[in-house]
Design a protein around this ligand. Structure first.
Ligand SMILES: O=C([C@H](O)CO)[C@H](O)[C@H](O)COP(=O)(O)O
Length: 434
């Protein structure tokens, strides 16, 4: 278990809630070159210390880390981890000083090493020198999964901490094959990788890829397992379904009662909102001239006819490279519009048009089926329906959606490769409320 700054250890975090899934990933990760195995906090909370005992039996000689995330009662928790078979146990850097010191002392008594995890490291500063002085074996610089969703990364703090202490520094938080070199170059001795390996379709290949990237000090590009800032939102939304977005945002509801005019539809863009009155198509048509390339015109016409949109408006929208239209009201010329392959969601189709009177407003907050839409909000539509993503929270919605997509990819792979079922893979009976 010795660590120096020349050899960088790859620690694979088994962040599962089911032991049988964690074991499969552990086996494949070891085949792919993982050095250490971490029994992740979700696994410990779900399966208890039996997870550590079980992995100890399966991997007798392997360094196992119990990610206890201890905040109090340090002595007792370190004893539990040691006796279950862990080689290293984790106490939080923002636990009371007394708890950290108790863990370090207990670690010495029970023969395990102690890692102090500075998960919210914004103000750790000189504190890490104290942690080192107290006798910790490792310090971990860690960007929480929830913070990753808002675009945070651990690398700046890692560089700072590595310059302050001599003990080995571990790093965790969104490490993938593209940015693992940043961790190595910033001075990490242990690289902790969770999602990139545990959610990948092929765990062995993912482990080999990241190991090679570390060894050869190069970036291997990946489209999954990385989080966007405002720049990559549209591109990432292209890969997400409305179901992923809803799942990622605590099962947020989308607009209901509006339907796509053809199947296999995909609509993405920022909302130009329009409020008009039944059949008054002046503001919808004016909105086309206001919209920019990639926008979505969202029209609230009160949910009734006559039509406020048709073929000629569609040709105009295509000229402006507008992404699509959402109509809480009626449209017409469906056959022609379908041929143009222009994404529209509408409540009603009817032959009768209204006329341009000019009532209503453009770019004001509107509400359709109880869902609020502000100008600039992201609108995403597919065959399942329409989701509205508040512009100011777009990063987090998209990143949590990606996390759901990645988890589903892994579950699908397990169902197919093991000829299994969803119920078996996720052990659904266990999750029925007791
Ligand atoms: O420790 C972890 C987290 O707090 C959940 O328990 C993760 O293992 C760690 O963040 C690594 O996971 P990724 O960020 O998915 O690589």
């Amino acid at each position: 278990m010795s660590v120096n700054r020349m050899t960088v250890i790859l620690q694979v975090a088994l962040d599962f809630v089911d032991l049988h899934r964690a074991v499969k990933v552990a086996e494949a990760a070891i085949e792919g070159g993982a050095d250490w195995l971490e029994i992740g906090t979700p696994l410990i909370k779900s399966e208890g210390m039996n997870a550590v005992r079980h992995l100890r039996k399966l991997f007798p000689g392997r360094t196992l880390i119990a990610d206890m995330k201890t905040m109090d009662a340090g002595r007792a928790e370190m004893e539990i981890a040691a006796k279950a078979g862990a080689n290293i146990a984790v106490v939080m850097g923002n636990a009371p000083v007394s708890t950290i010191r108790e863990c370090i002392q207990a670690g010495k008594n029970y023969g395990i090493k102690i890692c102090v995890d500075c998960i919210d490291s914004s103000n750790i500063g000189d504190y890490v020198a104290d942690i080192e002085k107290w006798g910790a074996d490792f310090i971990a610089v860690h960007t929480a999964i929830d913070d990753q969703m808002y675009g945070k990364t651990p690398f700046d703090t890692l560089r700072h901490v590595c310059s302050k202490v001599k003990i080995p520094v571990a790093v965790a938080g969104g490490i993938n094959s593209e940015n693992v070199v940043d961790a190595v170059n910033a001075g990490a001795s242990v690289v902790i990788v969770g999602g990139y390996i545990s959610k990948s379709k092929d765990v062995k290949i993912a482990t080999e890829t990241i190991k090679n990237a570390m060894r050869e000090n190069r970036r291997v590009s990946t489209t999954l397992f990385k989080r966007v800032t405002s720049e990559g939102i549209r591109e990432t939304l292209n890969r997400l379904s409305t179901a992923n977005i809803s799942d990622g945002s605590h099962r947020a509801e989308g607009i209901t009662g509006l339907y796509p005019i053809y199947s296999d539809i995909k609509l993405i863009g920022n909302a130009i909102t329009v409020r008009t009155y039944p059949g008054d198509w002046a503001k919808p048509v004016e909105a086309i001239d206001i919209a920019k390339e990639g926008d979505v015109i969202v029209i609230d016409a009160g949910g009734v006819g006559p039509a406020v949109w048709g073929e000629l408006a569609t040709h105009s929208a295509l000229q402006k490279k507008i992404s699509g239209v959402v109509i809480n009201g009626a449209m017409r010329d469906l056959a022609e519009v379908r041929k143009l392959n222009f994404p529209i969601f509408t409540k009603i189709a009817m032959p009768t048009a209204g006329e341009p009177k000019g009532f209503g407003e453009i770019n004001i907050p509107i509400s359709i089926s109880g869902i609020h839409i502000n100008p600039g909000d992201w609108i995403v539509g597919d065959d399942d329906g329409l989701m509205v993503i508040p512009a100011l929270e777009a990063n987090a919605w998209v990143n949590y959606g990606m996390d759901c997509l990645e988890k589903e990819n892994r579950i699908r792979e397990e169902i197919l490769s093991e000829k299994s079922s969803l119920g078996k893979v996720i052990d659904v009976l266990k999750w029925e409320r007791q």
